[in-house]
Each structure stands twice: as structure tokens, then as C-alpha cells.
Design a protein around this ligand. Structure first.
Ligand code: PNS
Length: 162
């Protein structure tokens, strides 16, 4: 039986911390679908199409990883894709409470879908998309925080804005 896991998120943009989780998840599951939440209410830096493209470029070498987007409830999307698992990365204790709440509601909505938590590699424990955007906005290097396509996209985005 083939095992598919969904890695959901905003990915605005994908960081090396996300890529660490995706790469390690892809070694455990047969198929990984990284899916970007298409949430109109947030004010993202990158459009949904840009975030998908950057994820595709950043995961191109991982054969069992696909990139997609979703609307609405994550659990409905997981079932639509015939997946049986959700993978989330945990950076620090501060992530725990929110993720426990999410995993609990998702389990209540469908007890057949399991949430798996992976501890982010220590070297990325401080990293978030917001931190990366803040650093890039003021022109500091982000080459050891994101993949080369994301670095280029950030540079372009902020040079267009000034
Ligand atoms: O990268 P993020 O912003 O931390 O990702 C959060 C995400 C997309 C995983 C979470 O907001 C989510 O699953 N949203 C979909 C709506 C949903 O199913 N909510 C939980 C039940 S109320």
C-alpha cells in the first residue's frame, strides 16, 4: 500500500527549514504532496503561483515530491488526495501549543488521518518565512536561509518595491 503524506503551509516563501522537513519526509513516505494554503485573508509577499513555482524549483531533485495548493479545510484536502498523513515541522516549544490544537481538531474531524511531527534540524530552529523576508527586505544576505531560486526571487521582489 502506497503511503502519501501532505506537508501543508503558507510557504511565503519556502525556507531551508521547510526543505529539511520535506527532504526527510520524502525518505519515509512513498509520496509527498507539499501544498500551499490559498488563503486570501493573509497579505502574502509572493502570489500563490509564485510560491508554487519556488517550491517546485526548490524540490526539483526530489522524485517523490509534488507541489499543489488547497483551499478550505486541510482534512478535506487530505482525503481528496487519498493521503493518510500530515507532516508538520516543530522548531521549538513555542510551536507546540498551536500544532497540538491543529493536530487535535484534525484528528477529531477524521481519526484515520495521522499527524506526524518532525523536529526541525537545530541549525534551522530560529528560521521562519517572516524572518527571511525581514532580512531580505533590508538587503542582508539570505543565501544560507533559502534555496538559490528563492534568494533570486526575494532580491527581485524587493528591488521592484524600492
Ligand atoms: O505555514 P503555516 O501558515 O503555519 O501553515 C498553516 C496551515 C496552512 C497548515 C494551517 O493554517 C491549515 O491547515 N489551514 C487550513 C484550514 C484548517 O484546516 N484549519 C484547521 C481546522 S480549523
Amino acid at each position: 500500500m502506497s503511503r502519501t503524506a501532505i506537508i501543508p503551509g503558507s510557504f511565503d516563501p519556502v525556507t531551508l527549514g521547510h526543505l529539511d522537513i520535506i527532504t526527510r519526509g520524502a525518505k519515509v513516505f512513498d509520496r509527498i504532496i507539499v501544498s500551499v494554503l490559498n488563503n486570501q485573508h493573509k497579505n502574502p509577499l509572493f502570489t500563490i503561483e509564485e510560491r508554487i513555482e519556488l517550491l517546485k524549483e526548490s524540490t526539483a531533485s526530489l522524485e517523490n515530491v509534488e507541489v499543489d495548493s488547497f483551499n478550505g479545510l486541510l482534512i478535506d484536502y487530505v482525503k481528496e488526495k487519498n493521503a493518510n498523513a500530515i507532516i508538520k515541522g516543530l522548531r521549538a516549544v513555542s510551536d507546540f501549543e498551536y500544532e497540538l490544537q491543529m493536530a487535535s481538531i484534525n484528528r477529531k474531524l477524521d481519526e484515520n488521518v495521522e499527524t506526524f511531527f518532525m523536529m526541525t534540524n537545530n541549525q534551522f530552529s530560529y528560521l521562519s518565512s517572516s524572518i527571511v523576508k525581514e532580512v531580505a527586505k533590508y538587503g542582508a544576505p539570505v543565501n544560507d536561509l533559502v534555496s538559490p531560486p528563492v534568494e533570486r526571487a526575494l532580491r527581485k521582489k524587493f528591488s521592484e518595491r524600492t
